[in-house]
Design a protein. Structure first.
Length: 574
């Protein structure tokens, strides 16, 4: 397991090439033990009984899992959660205790044979087709297609929705924040304490990493998913020291020579010499110009982690105390052969304070022949979100790393994605949900999605997605194809693909997971970035993004409209 050096924010992580695990059926179980067949709505069980009772237990059903609207006022979504879906489906089984509980909550009159049926139920006859995890996806596209016996496929609904809704939402949120921050800024997830419970926290840590973040403060997520764990100290650490006398054993050895030096005395001397640059008068007795307790805390932490010292500088006064004390300790470390990392600012005007911090770092670096300080890392936190980072960009901040917590993991701007799970075929016969709201109409039948790509190499970009029935031949590169809006007759266009990608693949069949198709976490991250690079900038922009076109083939268009008219009742006027 790779460890972050000194546990610091920018500690280097060994072994970033994470090998793909050689999975087996035994260890491929849900990450969260609560993910089990009873993690469902009761009506799934009552429907299963009604199916069984009416003789439809062997009916072959096809369900599509999809969403109707992109989150965060955007025009794209990152698909996430597929691996957990496969973990759940491959281990699906009701225990004897589960059956006893189901008996106790089901409506009276259920036949005992049904409970024997549930006891023996497995997913060996279920097939799972899905889009690759980490892909950019859009409304109405079947993210997952479930095929198999009707009662079994029905029982999967609620759990699959909960395993995909939040992961896709939080991965999309992370990708949007990554876009706001830019590719070169470090992004750290600090959301554990504000997340919706332990699973919300651990899931968020995993999926924001997939979405483009660089690390997490969540140690458990770091262990479970091999995500770089990062962190420094809190305000409480600074507040725990009130005077210089509280620091014991402040003798420190030079990294190369081994010579012992009074580290605290060296810090005090540099603080006194640096004070004029900070426009304060340093007084070690009164503490004016730099809080003595804060200096003691910084010195103690620097001695504990001399190669990973990153100080939280806003406990008392960022400009007149925190930055001064940091620079003094950083210079003392430098004299002993070590390198401080930087500072974290957790309150106040982040743009202004970051620019002032950078200016002061440069002044001290020049005055004390300490060039490394000029580029010391500036980390900002404090309730950051996508809009805040765009605002900081407009103010030309000097922040190198953003620590994002509450708004990231709770998705406060939009707390749910709204995936749905709809029956689209049974025993080879198409099924369609009819609604006066066109957004809630479903597209019937077994379908597959093809993504038409224009251009090659660095000029390649996603042009349009085409949903077809599984029996239709795929679109061909170099040949014009008519693409139609699913429900609006006048909306149609021709597309000329340079290349075509089939988005659906088979991941589970005959009780077997196709492990060779499951990417590592790093490969998922790369897939997200590849997909976003191929998506045009106007689809990704923050304000008024262009909707990405999702179309259907002409045969599917005719098919669904014929079924629509056949299924919709005709009323009488009186």
């Amino acid at each position: 397991m790779p460890q972050a050096t000194d546990g610091m924010v920018d500690g280097e992580v060994d072994g970033l090439e994470r090998p793909k695990k050689d999975w087996s059926k035994e260890d491929f179980r849900p990450t969260n033990s609560l993910t089990q067949p009873l993690l469902t709505d009761l009506y799934q069980l009552t429907m299963a009984y009604a199916y069984w009772k009416s003789g439809k237990k062997d009916a072959h059903a096809v369900f599509d899992l999809f969403f109707r609207k992109n989150p965060f006022d955007g025009e794209y979504t990152i698909f996430a959660g597929l691996e957990e879906v496969l973990r759940y489906i491959s281990s699906f089984h009701f225990s004897e205790d589960d059956i006893r509980y189901i008996k106790s909550v089901m409506p009276p009159g259920c036949e005992d044979e049904f409970f024997h049926y549930l006891q023996d139920l497995t997913t060996k006859d279920i097939s799972v087709y899905a889009i690759a995890e980490g892909s950019v996806v859009f409304p109405r596209e079947p993210l997952v297609r479930i095929e198999g016996p009707l009662p079994v496929a029905q029982l999967l609904e609620t759990t699959l929705l909960t395993l995909i809704n939040f992961p896709s939402l939080v991965a999309t949120n992370a990708a949007r924040i990554r876009r706001a921050a830019g590719e070169k800024k470090e992004l750290l997830e600090f959301g554990l304490r504000r997340a919706q419970g332990p699973d919300g926290a651990v899931s968020a840590s995993k999926y924001v990493y997939i979405g483009g973040f660089d690390g997490t403060s969540n140690a458990l997520a770091g262990k479970l998913f091999n995500i770089p764990a990062k962190g420094t100290h809190a305000h409480s650490f600074v507040a725990a020291f009130t005077s210089l006398d509280e620091v014991k054993n402040m003798t420190m050895k030079h990294k190369e020579s081994g010579k012992e030096v009074d580290f605290l005395e060296l810090c005090l001397r540099y603080r006194s010499e640096m004070s004029p640059l900070f426009r304060v008068v340093d007084d070690a007795e009164s503490g004016s110009g730099g809080n003595n307790g804060e200096l003691a805390a910084f010195a103690a932490y620097a001695m504990a982690f001399p190669n990973g010292f990153l100080a939280l500088v806003d406990t008392f006064d960022t400009l007149r105390s925190g930055l001064l004390n940091f620079c003094a300790v950083a210079k003392a470390l430098h004299d002993l052969g070590y390198a401080a990392v930087g500072v974290r600012i957790d309150s106040g005007d982040l743009a202004y304070l970051s620019k002032e911090a950078r200016l002061l770092f440069k002044k001290v670096a020049h005055r004390f022949s300490f060039p490394a300080l000029a580029t010391a890392k500036i980390v900002a936190s404090n309730d950051l979100k996508e809009e805040t980072i765009y605002s900081l960009n407009e103010q030309e901040h000097q922040i190198d790393c953003f620590g994002v917590g509450t708004h990231l993991v709770t998705c406060q701007k939009q707390p749910a994605l709204g995936c749905v799970y709809k029956l689209v075929e049974i025993d080879g016969q198409p099924r369609m949900k009819i609604s006066q709201d066109a957004a809630k109409l479903t597209i019937p039948g077994r379908k597959v999605i093809y993504r038409i790509i224009k251009g090659e190499d660095e000029y390649a970009e996603y042009l349009i997605d085409v949903i077809q029935t599984v029996d239709e031949p795929p679109p061909e590169a170099g040949k014009r194809h008519l693409c139609r809006h699913p429900f609006e007759e006048a909306k149609r266009t021709y597309a000329l693909p340079t290349s075509v990608e089939c988005l659906h693949d088979l991941y589970f069949q005959n009780g077997k997971v196709f492990f060779e198709k499951l990417p590592s976490l790093e490969e998922l991250r790369n897939n997200v970035q590849r997909n976003l690079r191929l998506l045009r900038n106007d689809h990704k922009r923050r304000l008024n993004p262009t909707p990405y076109k999702v179309s259907v083939s002409p045969p599917l268009y005719e098919y669904l409209h014929t079924l629509w008219l056949a299924s919709a009742p005709i009323g009488d006027l009186y």
